[in-house]
Write a protein that binds this ligand. Structure first.
Ligand SMILES: [Zn+2]
Length: 124
């Protein structure tokens, strides 16, 4: 028997921490931009490091954004009363899967099929 209220609570906390993290990241970005404007003629190595840092931050931001979207989607489903139901086939998602990953929106089978289809493309 799954405790949905507990999973909901975990989702809410995840949502909070993810959006905090995103805000922190965006604030950092802003201060980095301000710093860059102050010194437009930085050394080349510094520029390369900056670009690398920027790319890293962008990748992290993308990951956080999609994780947050996943969590928010699960929360919406919870409110709509369809939480724990697979988005693709409409069957209940395995309880163990929900326990491990409260934001799961697909059952194991559909997830596996999706991963297989996505294998030819680079991982997001
Ligand atoms: Zn499914």
């Amino acid at each position: 028997m799954i405790d949905f209220a507990d999973l909901y609570e975990r989702l809410r906390q995840k949502q909070k921490s993810l959006s905090c993290e995103l805000q922190r990241l965006k604030a950092e970005e802003k201060s980095a931009d301000a710093h860059r404007e102050g010194s437009p003629f930085g050394k080349r190595e510094e520029g390369a490091t900056e670009a690398f840092e920027w790319e890293k931050r962008l990748a992290l931001e993308n990951r956080l954004t999609s994780a947050l979207a996943e969590v928010e989607h699960a929360l919406k489903k919870y409110e709509a009363g369809s939480y724990g139901i697979c988005d693709i086939c409409g069957k209940p998602i395995e309880p163990a899967r929900l326990e491990a990953l409260p934001q799961a929106n697909l059952c194991l089978q559909c997830k596996a099929r999706q991963a297989k289809n996505a294998r030819s493309r680079p991982a997001p």
